[in-house]
Design a protein. Sequence first.
Length: 81
Amino acid sequence: MAAGIEEITQMALTLPVDGRAKVASVLLASLDDVADPAEVHEAWTSEITSRVDDLVSGRVKTIPRTEVRAQLAADRAARQR
């Protein structure tokens, strides 16, 4: 490698904000594994089926939207104190 990590980092830090964001985005994207779309579809289908089965069987219960919104509002208010 011609330039060390420290040198590359220092050079990147001299870029304007949008340039640093672009470099960060490209580097982060390079860390992601490229997944096989068929495997992703199969995994999501399995997960969705499992969740629907849990609902239909009664293993999990839904919470009314009004209760969820009230709890979110209470949590938000508690954080703002």
